[in-house]
Design a protein around this ligand. Sequence first.
Ligand code: NAG
Ligand code: NAG
Ligand code: NAG
Ligand code: NAG
Ligand code: NAG
Ligand code: NAG
Length: 426
Amino acid sequence: KRMWVVQRSSIKHVLCLVVKCVLTKLWFIFVFVFFNSNRSEIKLTVLINVDALLYLQMGYANPQQKAAGIHTRLYSRAFIIDDGNRTVVFVTADIGMVSQRLRLEVLRALKEKYGNLYRQDNVVLSGTHTHCGLAGYFQYTLFMITSNGYIKSSIQPLVNGIVKSIDIAHSNKRPGRIYRNKGELDDSSINRSPHSYLNNPEDERNRYKWNTDKQVLVLKFTDLDGDGIGMISWFAVHAVSMNYTNRMVSSDNMGYASYLLEKDKNHGALPGQGSFVAGFSSSNLGDVTPNTRGPHCVNSGLPCDYLNSSCPVGGTKECKAFGPGEDMFDSTKIIGHSIYMKAKELYANAVEEVTGPIHAAHQWVNMTDVTVQINETHTVSTCKPALGHSFAAGTTDGGGDLNFTQGDSTAPDFRVSAGNTPSSYL
Ligand SMILES: *[C@@H]1O[C@H](CO)[C@@H](O)[C@H](O)[C@H]1NC(C)=O
Ligand SMILES: *[C@@H]1O[C@H](CO)[C@@H](O)[C@H](O)[C@H]1NC(C)=O
Ligand SMILES: *[C@@H]1O[C@H](CO)[C@@H](O)[C@H](O)[C@H]1NC(C)=O
Ligand SMILES: *[C@@H]1O[C@H](CO)[C@@H](O)[C@H](O)[C@H]1NC(C)=O
Ligand SMILES: *[C@@H]1O[C@H](CO)[C@@H](O)[C@H](O)[C@H]1NC(C)=O
Ligand SMILES: *[C@@H]1O[C@H](CO)[C@@H](O)[C@H](O)[C@H]1NC(C)=O
């Protein structure tokens, strides 16, 4: 039963984490004996050689944001963890998020190559949430509208890049160990709806020091000699240092952090070429912005209204959050650099070994049919998908187009749900 007894007897590593996907819910706990990591570039030649007007960027839902040129390349980074009995694949790709269509296409390609080895229940795909990757890889109406449709030449490079990164990882598997470390990074993110956060119960808020999660979690992968071969880290911040006026394809702050750590560890290698793979993965970043100078009115330079994130002249459209840097390129570098520095420090000092058997699980949730307990006596039920005011209002990283205002729940013509949750989609 204890498979590592077979040959890789000395290695028993565990790792527990919870991953929540946009469309599916996945929980898994894993342990490993062999693993390996690798990355592969999502080739963008298609994107830049074809009529750029066709391709929008995924994230801001901004029809003006037509892809034109490259700021930084996009990569897919794959980690395979295997305890000799079970295997889990974790991929973090420099894209907005993983659509269900993309996931199905990747699984289909994996099935063709590997049969039943990599499946629905043991392949986890995650996007870094850059808002400057290409769009067009969703099959849901809302995303099709804001992406100019479902575009085959847009999804294909993503499928190819992700599968290629898994292929490389698969063919490079070797025995190793995993170590875990965590710490706090408190100057690289702020809550973009601090007022909405106050709607959370006080006893819950009292449990936390901040109104966003500042924890950086690092998994360090080494070979049996203790030489580092890879890292995955999680930090909750939106990859929106590149703002909604940007038209260049970019992996944003998270991609820049990967670039820096890989450059560090792969002495002299060109980007994307060395053997050390550093994945900076998205986590509970819903209402967390890297634009740490906060929202200001573009026309006056004054802070926006605290409650409704709008400006006296121009309303919500004039209220924008700005980063720590002089411009968005500078902000991307500053935020990416500080996430990299923290992860590097945690990586260097990681000593807590992860051990135990690996486990993976997958569950579909019918979001139309979930019962939620709202207090001791009452439960409510979810309904069919709807967009709320908070969605239409957008955020201070990119306002909505329909003149909805944050905090407003009174426009009856548009009322579809009366939630006062912060807008977290954009
Ligand atoms: C090996 O994996 C199978 C299913 O994948 C599981 O049922 C079994 O318990 C595992 N064995 C050990 C020792 O973990
Ligand atoms: C936002 O709130 C301020 C008061 O805090 C109010 O004067 C203003 O009209 C509001 N703006 C919108 C667009 O609702
Ligand atoms: C976006 O970034 C550009 C370049 O750094 C800057 O000129 C512009 O003011 C920014 N716009 C917003 C709304 O943040
Ligand atoms: C999800 O739940 C709704 C409401 O109960 C039901 O109408 C629908 O058929 C369910 N969908 C699936 C795929 O089970
Ligand atoms: C529970 O929620 C219901 C529906 O909102 C409300 O009518 C009821 O007063 C609440 N009960 C308690 C104890 O807060
Ligand atoms: C948006 O709303 C503001 C106040 O709520 C109003 O002054 C403005 O005219 C509206 N703009 C448009 C384009 O409807």
